[in-house]
Design a protein around this ligand. Sequence first.
Ligand code: UD1
Ligand code: CA
Length: 458
Amino acid sequence: MSEDPSDTRVAFVLAAGLGTRMRSRTPKVLHHAAGRPLLSHVLDTVAAIRARPVVVLSRESEPARAIVPADVTVAVQEPPRGTGDAVRVALDATDARSGRGFVIYGDTVLVRPATLERLASLLDERAAVLAILTGVTGTDNAYGRIVRGPGGDVERIVEVRVARPEERAIPESNFGAYAADLAWLRAAVPKLRANETGEVFLTDLVKVAKDEGRTVAALCVDDASEGLGVNTRADLALIDGILRERIRERHMEHGVTFVDPASSSVDAGVEIAPDAVIERGSILEGRTRVGTGSRIGPYSIVRDSVVGERCRVEASMIEGATLEDDVRIGPFSHLRPGAYLERGVEMGNFGEVKASRLGAGTKMHHFSYVGDAALGKNVNVGAGTITLNFDGANKNRTVVGDDAFIGSDTLLRAPVKVGAGAATGAGAIVTKDVPDGMLAVGMPARAIKKYERPKKRT
Ligand code: UD1
Ligand code: CA
């Protein structure tokens, strides 16, 4: 089915600028806010309004291509000669002739999809060729100033760099998001001329439209954050904070409890199920998922990990790990990449697990290290147990069978296997496999007799 060309939506995302004020070797749009590059946030917004993106890059911002999905058109503006010139380059890279053209600056990450939709509707309502997003921001900033005519319509946008004092005193600002009739935009952009700064300003489109007797509509929004662009590191910090506040609000709306919300931070890609509780001072990063009924924190870091339902992660660090349901971690434990904890595992103080599987119901309560190991179900890992997984050259595996009892301060020199239902005495240094059901003691540990688990005192 071919789409109606008048329904076509193209969004030009301008990201060729030098970002000089960031003082960085990294292109501006690759700096992160809420755990994602700025450009990715903008591309999400474009996707939300179902517009086809065309991203404008330059030689300097070329590294940003790495995060642009393969099906997105990239146009190269070299050298970057201003925002108007960038849209010219973007138009050359697409064959869409009619429909709607949006222009969004790659550093303006807080503009909402709903706001862009309102801009597009405004084009129809006012029979306008161009609709611009504005807000009242006061005068202590570098935004372009909105000059309105006697009838209240926008006459011009004046950049602060070239504004006269009375124009600089205008508190209404250009927020840098636009919707335009695409056919008109194609005809209008070539009419833009470089100004005294040598740059081609997109904002001069207003004057082009006015000179043709066309209508330019403006949407003045209350939420000034929508106009915030990242020009400096301070802007980046501000925007990161606002994005994270929005993210927490979204999770709260979906049924997640935050204790002292501002003390926790959640990346854009994190999923949290309803009835999870994020306690004070917790940091959820990357591709993390948290199941219903789980409590994270206080003071935990969870990065690129899956946490099941009804888990508890207290004052601990979890990275690249998977927790099934009903797992308890902490306080003060560290799960590293490849840690997989089955249902009901308990891991207490000062434990570290790396590239290991712990079977259901296994308990590891006090200061232990388990690396490159597979522990069965209901294993008891005594205080101070250490897998000696590294022989100086290679990583070796430790295997412990179901229901084994590892005595306190056991060293397991890998590769080594402790059988199902076997046990080690306190301080054992296990250098040879322990058969199923046997007790091994000493240094090096010798299997001395059949192991019988003591009865619980009543
Ligand atoms: C721009 C607007 C200003 C508005 C402000 C809102 C112009 C002339 N000015 O100013 O009215 O108040 O945004 O945030 O448009 N870019 C290119 N190619 C270029 C130049 C810039 O792709 O040749 C890109 C940049 O990478 C950036 C965006 O366009 O993502 C905006 O450029 P920037 O230099 O940040 O413009 P401002 O000075 O902030
Ligand atoms: Ca900017």
